[in-house]
Design a protein around this ligand. Structure first.
Ligand code: PEP
Length: 256
């Protein structure tokens, strides 16, 4: 299976800065057969970057999108509008769930809308610190994974990418709360088991599962060698092109 290295730029970079970054990235990465390099800029940068982009090397993702196709939804951008511009869309990121009150129903509809518009969903799942403390991790992962997959047709199941992002390990600067490779291995194994029970073992082995949470050039290799991990969703470290390139090069080394 391919590995996916996805950079989530969140609400950073102007259009000009995004373009300069992409230029640098394009000059340093190659067209890898077994690694998909994806960046997720702000909505306003997607269209200009899609014209600048060499899709053999780098693909674009949106950071979220509305599940409805068109209509009176002021300020929203739909999957239908993103069709042909992005290849991926991050859905249900913990910041969307927590800060913008996205419900499981929004997430479920967005996954279906993405697929309907030829966009591959990157479905983010993960427990908060409180949920982990109260031993609810498995319940949370089961609800989020099954919820996200619930409107997906059988033939589209393997197009969904799951990103396991324990909320307590996202954007930690002190390094005190980093998920260990064993934590990640256990969660990823559990996610595949949920998919296997619901949709069969064959599908569970075809669905790509990424890890995200304070990934850096220093720890990327350790996460990429966790059994069952097919790539990384990178936030903070993806804002510095050199660090992101380092992580891509690590993925290349791990692959070979
Ligand atoms: C994220 O927000 O998806 C993420 C993984 O962020 P960071 O790498 O900064 O923890």
């Amino acid at each position: 299976m391919k590995s996916y290295i996805v950079g989530n730029w969140k609400m950073n970079f102007t259009v000009g800065e995004s373009s300069v970054y992409l230029h640098k990235l394009s000059a340093r990465v190659h067209a890898y057969r077994d690694i998909e390099v994806v960046v997720a800029p702000s909505f306003i940068s997607l269209q200009p970057l899609s014209l600048q982009l060499d899709r053999k090397k780098i693909r674009l993702a949106a950071q979220t999108a509305n599940a409805r196709d068109f209509g009176a939804y002021t300020g929203e951008v739909s999957m239908a509008q993103l069709r042909g511009i992005v290849d991926y869309c991050i859905i249900g990121h913990s910041e969307r769930r927590q800060l913008f009150h996205e419900t499981d129903k929004c997430v479920r509809s967005a996954v279906a809308a993405a697929l309907r518009n030829q966009i591959r969903p990157i479905l983010c799942v993960g427990e908060t610190e409180t949920e982990r403390t109260f031993g609810e991790t498995c319940d949370v992962l089961r609800d989020q994974v099954l919820g996200g997959f619930s409107e997906v047709s059988t033939e589209d199941l393997e197009k969904v990418i799951v990103a396991y992002e324990p909320v307590w390990a996202i954007s930690t600067t002190s390094g005190a709360k980093i998920a260990g490779p064993d934590d990640v291995a256990e969660a990823v194994k559990f996610i595949r088991r949920i998919i296997a029970v619901a949709y069969g073992k064959e599908i569970s082995e075809k669905v790509a599962v990424l890890y995200g949470g304070s990934v850096s050039p220093a720890n990327a290799g350790a996460y990429l060698t966790v059994p069952g991990v097919n790539g990384l969703l990178v936030g903070g470290a993806s804002l510095i092109a050199d660090k992101f390139i380092d992580i891509i090069e690590t993925a290349k080394r791990v692959k070979s």
